[in-house]
Design a protein around this ligand. Sequence first.
Ligand SMILES: Cc1cc2nc3c(=O)[nH]c(=O)nc-3n(C[C@H](O)[C@H](O)[C@H](O)COP(=O)(O)O)c2cc1C
Ligand code: SF4
Length: 679
Amino acid sequence: MSSDDPLLQPYTLRHLEIRNRVFSSAHEPAYSEDGMPKDRYRDYHVEKARGGVGLTMTAGSAVVAEDSPPAFGNLHAYDDAIVPWIRRLTDGVHEHGAACMIQITHLGRRTSWNHDDWLPVLSASPVREPAHRTTPKIAEDWDIERIIDKYADAAERMQAGGMDGIEIEASGHLFDQFLSPLTNQREDAWGGDDERLMNFPTAVLEAIRERVGAGFIVGVRMAIDEVLPGGIETPRGLQVLGVWERAGLVDFVNVIRGHIETDAALSEVIPIHGMASAPHLDFAGMVRQHTDLTVMHAAKIDDVATARHSIREGKLDLVGMTRAQLADPHIVRKIIEGREDQIRPCVGATYCLDRIYEAGEALCIHNAATSREAEMPHDIEPALAQRRIVIIGAGPAGLEAARVAGERGHDVIVLEAMPWPGGQLNLATRNPRRRDLAGIVDWRVAECARLGVDLRCDMYADAAAVLALEAEVVIVATGGQPRTFETEAGNQRVVTSWDVLGGNATPEGDVLFFDDNGTHSAMSAAEMIARSGASLEIVTPERMFAVEVGGLNHVAYARAFNETDTRITLHQRVRSVRPEAGRLCVEIGSDHSDHRTVRQVDWVVTDTGLDALAELYFELRPSSSNGGAVDYGALMEGRTQSLVRQPEGTFQLFRIGDAVSSRNIHAAVYDALRLVKDL
Ligand SMILES: Cc1cc2nc3c(=O)[nH]c(=O)nc-3n(C[C@H](O)[C@H](O)[C@H](O)COP(=O)(O)O)c2cc1C
Ligand code: SF4
C-alpha cells in the first residue's frame, strides 16, 4: 500500500500529532513488578513503537487507589514511586515516534477482596459482580471524596511521567458502576435519577481536568450501550458523552458496546476465534456521527483490510489492533515496507487474555518473543555461518524451528510424514469454530517458502533417511500420540478424542466422554459430538470441566454443552469398560470414595493426554555429537549449544515440542525459537 493508505495518515488529537491511525488499546498484560512498569513492561511497549504503532495505550486499568486491589497485575497508579518508571516507559516509546497514554481506573466491585492490602472492596451499591464473586460495601461519602481525589492524583502522576494523555475506564469499573442504574441503586446525592447518576463520574472528570489543565488529553473508554435490560442504553450513553464533551471534560471516546460482568458477556466485548470479526465497528461508527470527539475502538479488528476499511469509511479516527499487535508488534512497519503479507496473524485464540486470569502474564499462543523482548528477538539475526539443519515434523514446533533457521540463513530441510504440514493443529482446526488456528501453520509455511526452506511432505523419515541428508543439526519435532484407554475387552467403540477430531470415528447414540486431560483436544471433540446430535455425558475427575482451558475459551464450549443438554459429571473417572448386550457397560467412580456407578452407552471416547513420539530421536542419539543433551545454561542465556558427549558423532541432535513431552502450542514455538535463534 502506498502512502495514501488511510491507515498511514497522521491524525491530530487536539495538540498531539499521532503518526498513523493504528493504536493498541489498553490491556493489562500482568508484566508489572511490584505494581511498577519495569523493564519487561517497557520493552513490550517500546517494541510496538519500533514496529510503527501510532499510539500505545499502556496499562489496562492502572489502579488509582489502594482499595482497588489489582485483579490481574495492574499498575499502582496511586503510588508516587511509579512516576520514574512511567517516565522510562514514555521516553522509550516516544524515542521510537509513537504516542503514549495510559488507562487509569478504580475497579470498584470488579476485583477480589482477598489479596494485596485486603481493604474492603466497594461500589456504588452492594451489587455482586459474578466474575469476581465480590459483594462490595456501599461507598460512603468519605470514600467518594477520597477516590475523586485519588483519580486526580493519579492523572497528575501520569502527566508528570510524560504521558500524552489518560483514558478513564468507564466500562464495568467504579466510574460507570456509579453511572449505570443496574449497579447504582442509591437515593442520595450520588444516585437516584439520571442527573445524580452522573455526579460521581462527572466529579472525577472535573477533578482531573482541574488538576492536569486543558492541555492534557483525557478520554473515556465507555460502554455507550451496556446491552443489558435496565442498563445504559445508546441514547443515554450518547447523552452523557455529550454533556462531558460540551463541558470540555473529555477529548476522546473509546467505544465499548456491551458489559463484562460474566465470561459470556466479556466474550461479546472481546470476541475470540469463531466469532464475528469487528462486531461493534458499525456501532462505533454511529457514535462518531453523534460526536465531535475523537473516536477510537477495538474489538476483533485483527486484519489490516478491516482496519483500513474502518478508517476509509469514516467509522473511526483511530483503530485498535490490540491482540493483533501482541501477535505481531510490527504490523505498521510491515505495511509501510510493503510486507503486509508477512504479518503474523492474530488467530483469536485468546490464550493471551485467558492467561492473565488463570496463569499469570499475557503470552501470545504463537509469538514467543512477545513480552520476552529482552531475550527473544522479533527480528531474527542472520547466523555467521550457514549450516545444514534437518527438521523432522512440520507441526508448530517444527515449522517454527524451520522459519527461524530460515531467517538465520541456514540450509533447512523439513521432513513431514503426512501429505501436508500442520501436525496436531490439523486436528484442532477440524472443529469449524477453531478454523482460524490454521493461521499458525499457514503463516509459517508461507514464511518458510519465502526463506527457501525445503519442506518435504509425505516423507516418512527413519534414521537412515535422516543420516543420508548429512545434516550438521537435526531437530526432532515429531509431536505426540494419544494415550489409549485400556479396556477389559477392547472394543472398536472405545476411541480417543483424536479419532473423533480426525474423522476416524463418529460416535452416535449415548456417548460417554472421559476427559482426564482437561485441554482443548477433549473439549473440541466433545463439542463436535454434542453438536452432531449424540447424547453426551462428559466425565472428569477434576473439580471443573476443561480445567486447562481459560475463561473466554470456556464460553464457547459451555454454550455448546448447554445448548445440547450435555451432562457434565465432575469428580468421577472411568474405572472399566466392558461390552454388554451389544452396548458398553462403563463403571465410574470418584477418587474420594469407593462408591461406583454404572452407565450403559454406545460409545466411549477418552482423552487421557499424549505420549511423546520420540523413537526417531532415540535411534539418532548414538550417532550425534551431543547425545541429544541440551546445555540449559546456554539455552537460557542465549549462547550457542556446544555440548559434546560423543566426539565421533557427526551432528548435533535436539528435540522440541510434544516430542519431548505433551504441552501446548506456545511451549512448542518457544522451544523452537529459543533453541534455533542461537544455532
Ligand atoms: C491480555 C489482555 C488484557 C486486557 N486488559 C484490559 C484492560 O485492563 N482494560 C481494558 O479496557 N481492556 C482490556 N483488554 C481489552 C483490549 O483493550 C481490547 O479491547 C480487546 O483485546 C479487543 O481488541 P482486539 O480484538 O484488537 O484485541 C485486554 C485485552 C487483553 C488481550
Ligand atoms: S494468543 Fe491468540 S488472540 Fe492472543 S494475540 Fe496471540 S494469536 Fe491473538
